[in-house]
Design a protein around this ligand. Sequence first.
Ligand code: NAD
Ligand code: UDX
Length: 476
Amino acid sequence: FKKVERVVCVGAGYVGGPTCAMIAHKCPGITVTVVDMNAAKIDEWNSDKLPIFEHGLDEIVFAARGKNLFFSSDIPKAIREADLIFISVNTPTKTYGRGKGMAPDLKYVESVARTIAQYAGGPKIVVEKSTVPVKAAESIGCILRDAQKNCPELKFQVLSNPEFLAEGTAMRDLANPDRVLIGGESSPEGALAVEALVTVYENWVPRERIITTNTWSSELSKLVANAFLAQRISSINAISAVCEATGADVSEVAHAVGCDTRIGNKFLKASVGFGGSCFQKDVLSLVYLCESLNLQKVADYWHGVIEINDWQRRRFADKIIAELFNTVTDKKIAVFGFAFKKDTGDTRESSAIHVSKHLMEEHARLAIYDPKVPKSQVLYELGLQTSPADVEKLVTVYNDPYEAAKDAHAIVVLTEWDEFTTFDFSRIHASMRHPAAIFDGRLILDQKALREIGFRTFAIGSAPDQAYNLFGTSGY
Ligand code: NAD
Ligand code: UDX
């Protein structure tokens, strides 16, 4: 394989776009082309308004675009000209057939492998960046090797190079990753291909942070990393229920526990449940893998992480209903935040969707405000979960949080946007129906200050303070 001068990425999504923008930014000697079958998305990448929002992304794209960063719909041409091809397409949980609701759908990955086989025309390093189950590289390799039979000038090496960026901090994570993981075949050709990709990352990542492993370790490590992260959240969320029942405070417990350097203090923030396109999908993929390997105990262990997450969302919605005197029918409830976390407009698997759905089932009227999520996206997500008629009847999306809260019986915080802490809650309280309640599913608001204003407050993981509010109606 020759030195990598032309990189192509198939899949211009949350991973492909930012990752390639960073490669182009850090490697002026490499030409990077991002392709996608969705031509409208490519047009957006070529416009002034990029299809995704990440701090620092616009600057890098606008500086490199047209110089060494290109977005194109001509997939065959890009593949023909590439030295190295990232596969960065989506691998969502299957919604049909075998493994429905558990296994990742690999049809997009396979289709890219077939397109590469068809148009390669010469030697290529093919890199799995999508998150895939262990041994997926074997299927890609099998398709590519078959193409080699009729065309001896073709030569392929398949590498695994999973992506660890988190949305909202993607550019920071890409610029300064904890580690880069590259897995490859343990043959001399495999080692050469691994080294070629190492050389690309070495443009900005210190060599000691670039880990090289065999292909299967790399593929499995990605699933395990996400499973461990999700497990920490489910662990602290499970403890949040114990705190609510006992008078312990989950933030104090997380701090005390996290000060043990063996445990560490990151990813211990109790919440209304984790969301995002990765955690649930990847834990389910690990569970499915374990079941396929007849490791039912291991599968059950990891499935508990998902069960606690679903339970936490349901528990929070039930708490809202109970504390609003056991009925939310026809009550206006302001929902602050719809994205799955702050600093992103992404709503995939957002806990807000699930909590909203539970409240809609009880015929609550939702007034939703999110600083980044467009109205159409809120309506689309809720339409998938309920029915377009229910959405039409029960959901209004606001651009102004004060308007959303006006005449509402309660405010429910479902995303930890910083701006929520700056709102004038005295003004909001005055405009609401009384008694006015706030349910903080993200632990970002000052409960004491809110109670002093007159709010009834409820926060995940702390017992209601009887001295200050009217809570304690759960047994009502
Ligand atoms: P995405 O849905 O945002 O983007 C995937 C893109 O691939 C889409 O634009 C789609 O049109 C395109 N595509 C699908 N099939 C194609 C084909 N055959 N040819 C050309 N284009 C095709 O997905 P994403 O969030 O970027 O995730 C991509 C992969 O990276 C997934 O496997 C995911 O698990 C993994 N991952 C995601 C994140 C994240 O934060 N989103 C982080 C780490 C890893
Ligand atoms: C995750 C992984 O962090 C990343 O390494 C991987 O590449 C993709 O999946 P992402 O889903 O973008 O990234 O965001 P992350 O910051 O991990 O948050 C996921 C969810 O967990 C969010 O809903 C977030 O609000 C929630 N969370 C996170 C908590 O509830 N508590 C925490 O302490 C941390």
